[in-house]
Design a protein around this ligand. Structure first.
Ligand SMILES: [Zn+2]
Length: 122
């Protein structure tokens, strides 16, 4: 990821192009982000006006991108935690019940459920 550029002075120092060969300087009015294309970087062709210093387009605004990434990561973490909890529960239940006959487990389960419902008055 590119460093975040926050001022027009910094933007004016940006160069785009190949590792070896002629580079092109920053064009004012366009997004400062360097896009990889055909083994080189090019300045993004979209109009600027968003993000730090108004130097980015809507797609490359690093603040908005970070917010979106953080939201995606939080959602992913939540899903992962739920999967891990379900797997841990299944492993614990399997470990406790290992070796017990399935019919006996069902009988115990029904007994427990019946007792639970009686206690709750249902
Ligand atoms: Zn852009």
């Amino acid at each position: 990821m590119m460093d975040i550029i926050e001022s027009l002075d910094e933007a004016k120092k940006q160069m785009y192009g190949r590792v070896f060969g002629k580079n092109t300087p920053y064009k004012p009015g366009k997004c400062v982000y360097g896009v990889f294309k055909d083994y080189r970087t090019e300045q993004c062709s979209h109009k600027n006006g968003k993000g730090p210093g108004g130097l980015y387009c809507g797609i490359h605004d690093p603040i908005a991108r970070k917010k979106k990434d953080d939201e995606r990561y939080a959602k992913y973490t939540e899903q992962l935690n739920a999967q891990t909890a379900a797997r841990n529960f299944a492993n614990a239940a399997s470990s406790v019940c290992r070796g017990v006959d399935t019919a006996k487990l069902q009988e115990l389960g029904h007994g427990w459920l019946k007792k639970y419902l009686e206690e709750k008055g249902k």
